[in-house]
Design a protein around this ligand. Sequence first.
Ligand SMILES: C[S@@+](CC[C@H](N)C(=O)[O-])C[C@H]1O[C@@H](n2cnc3c(N)ncnc32)[C@H](O)[C@@H]1O
Length: 284
Amino acid sequence: MNGVLMAAGCSKRVSVGGRDRRAVAAAAGDVRAGGPVTEALELTRADMDVAHDAAAKVGVSVWEGSMPDIDSTDYHDFVIKDGTLIGDFEQMYRRIDDPWGTVRHAQSLKNDLVVALVRHVASQSPVTRVLHAGCALGALTARVRDALGAGVEITGCDISVTAVEKAAARHRDIRFLVQDLAQVEALPLAPGSLDLIVMAETMWYVLPFLGRLLRGFRMLLRPGGHLVMQQFFPQPGEQTYGREIVAAPDDLLRFITEAGFAVGAEAHLDPRRNHSMLVWATAP
Ligand SMILES: C[S@@+](CC[C@H](N)C(=O)[O-])C[C@H]1O[C@@H](n2cnc3c(N)ncnc32)[C@H](O)[C@@H]1O
């Protein structure tokens, strides 16, 4: 499955297959006054005709049909299953309150380390404009905001409408946006306008376009702006998805470097069991 446009109510989805998901998504988004395509977009027959025309222009196909509901309360079933990226984050957030425990475990050691690193980079140069990419229910967004204190302008974005609505309801003073990171350039943020981007536990879901995403992050950061990433890695031999793209933490570091960042520091937590890598990189 490549991209998915989904009609409201989860009953009907449109799967966009082929090489340019973004072009079709953007064209279909034009149907609704130019707004970004979100998974809650209600698509009528006329909308679909526009999406088909847009797809034809870029030489891809649009598949229409009903996708099965996933009857589960295990987040794995919606995310990565048997080595395949399912990526049905919207349905997952509708069915499961706190899929990864990001709210329950907001005070986890790995989050403490992310926050400590954020404090450290903010001690090096002023950090007031921040993006949390893949913000889930906003728990880490709020911790980063608290760490940076008054005056910080922080935006959290996530692909799931439900996650963003719940995050906004919990943290009314933070701006949350629905945004597929596959279209990072569609974020309402000017190039060079950010001091810091944080992305935690999201890499596996954006793997197919990781290089493009990191280059997009670099464009959004001011010169000397900071990227803080935290990511779990399976133990050697246990990875079922995406080995051809990222097979080890060094591969992520290579992607970050190839996107034009200078890696300032990497830290590893619990590498023999629950391996989590924390990376700090700066934009040129
Ligand atoms: C494990 S959660 C991140 C947790 C978060 N960093 C925290 O600690 O609060 C991963 C998030 O990435 C989001 N996500 C997955 N694919 C995405 C995409 N293409 N664009 C934006 N968000 C995406 C999911 O909806 C999910 O909320």
